[in-house]
Design a binder for this molecule. Structure first.
Ligand SMILES: C[S@@+](CC[C@H](N)C(=O)[O-])C[C@H]1O[C@@H](n2cnc3c(N)ncnc32)[C@H](O)[C@@H]1O
Ligand SMILES: *[C@@H]1O[C@H](CO)[C@@H](O)[C@H](O)[C@H]1NC(C)=O
Ligand SMILES: *[C@@H]1O[C@H](CO)[C@@H](O)[C@H](O)[C@H]1NC(C)=O
Length: 330
């Protein structure tokens, strides 16, 4: 009798989830309220499937110095593979139900990042190997010594960059993500340790961290100091429009330092960030592009997409042309 009841309950639950998924991909749940309820985890996320729009930049709205730095990317094979994989995973009904169940139970007091790390789900995609090389202006056989990937998440993006480096350091505040990083054999440094390691880094990546950390201004200044002063490069990605909020347990809170980014359209936000916070921290933009920031889906969506600006920065007083391509070579 008990088993029967349980079975019936399970059937109702499955039917309900399937119904939700149906609704979600249909018109009903696209109402702003339902969307914001469900998407509290990821502001602005949605399922914009017009992939051509993901890469578009209106360069005539950019400041003069930035216009020449823009690099046009497109939907390449590696990105398409990630999308296909996500689409496939989102159809694994039992896995997705288990994930949904765990999130519901732990959601109120555990951060989304910690839950994802625990379940090994919600992998992210910022750039393909080719897009990474194109941004840095290097070839596939380019090698150098040290990479520091700040706020590395589960290390999925670190992996894309890793073939170019001898030593890879990462940082993470989320305990389960640190565990994921250690599983992948990356050195995990404390968040107050990497600044005083006693050496400089050739490349520091700070991907989708500025809007998710307590002290973005301090972070940018620390990056500037820890970077190899002439040939070092920063690869920085941030979701635009810029909207800062930090995970604290199961809640989102305001960070203690506020980064000032203004502008209505994507291009204005880029102007403001490059001419403001990045400039003040001692950086100039060498190259940048617009890319979709992709996240694996769940029961309700095949994947999620946010709008990323990805910059390559060099120290403002270094010599242009003395850049990455010769770094590490005798
Ligand atoms: C949006 S995720 C980005 C993950 C990955 N870099 C990517 O681009 O997909 C931001 C990550 O930064 C971590 N984080 C937040 N504040 C941090 C800090 N001060 N130092 C290191 N990591 C931090 C969070 O735990 C979270 O995993
Ligand atoms: C992705 O899936 C589509 C349609 O299912 C297919 O046409 C395409 O070849 C796949 N691409 C890759 C790179 O796997
Ligand atoms: C670019 O223009 C914006 C206004 O849109 C301004 O605030 C910013 O400082 C400018 N940046 C540079 C590098 O001149």
């Amino acid at each position: 009798m008990r088993i029967l009841l349980w079975g019936a309950w399970l059937a109702v639950y499955v039917a309900f989830l399937l119904f939700l998924r149906r609704m979600w991909t249909g018109k009903h749940l696209r109402s702003p309220l339902a969307k914001s309820l469900y998407l509290s985890m990821m502001n602005e996320a949605g399922s914009c499937h017009d992939t051509n729009q993901w890469y578009v930049c209106h360069t005539d709205f950019l400041n003069k110095s930035l216009e020449a730095a823009f690099i046009q990317c497109h939907l390449d094979v590696e990105t398409q593979e990630f999308l296909n994989r996500s689409r496939e995973k989102s159809t694994w009904l039992l896995t997705q139900m288990y994930h949904s169940f765990i999130s519901t139970v732990f959601g109120p007091f555990m951060s989304r990042t910690n839950i994802n790390g625990l379940l090994g789900r919600g992998s992210m995609f910022v750039f393909s190997s080719e897009q990474f090389r194109q941004l840095l202006g290097v070839t596939s056989d380019w090698r150098t010594k040290r990479l520091l990937d700040l706020g590395a998440g589960d290390g999925g993006v670190t992996q894309i960059m890793s073939p170019h480096f001898e030593e890879i350091y990462t940082t993470e505040v989320s305990a389960t993500m640190r565990w994921q990083l250690q599983k992948k054999q990356y050195k995990v440094l404390e968040i107050d340790e990497w600044q005083k390691a006693g050496f400089k880094y050739d490349v520091i990546s700070c991907l989708n961290l500025l809007d998710r950390c307590e002290q973005p201004v301090t972070l940018l200044n620390d990056i500037r100091r820890a970077l190899e002063p002439t040939r070092g490069r920063v690869i920085l990605a941030t979701v635009l429009p810029f909207h800062a909020s930090v995970e604290e347990g199961g809640k989102w809170v305001q960070p203690s330092e506020l980064l000032n980014v203004q502008g209505q359209i994507w291009e204005d936000q880029v102007n403001s960030l490059a001419g403001g916070a990045l400039w003040e921290a001692g950086f100039t933009v060498e190259a940048f592009t617009r890319l979709p920031y992709l996240c694996e889906g769940d029961l309700y969506n095949d994947y999620y997409v946010l709008d990323d600006a990805v910059f390559v920065l060099r120290p403002r007083d270094s010599i242009p042309g003395e850049g990455v391509p010769t770094l590490g070579l005798p």
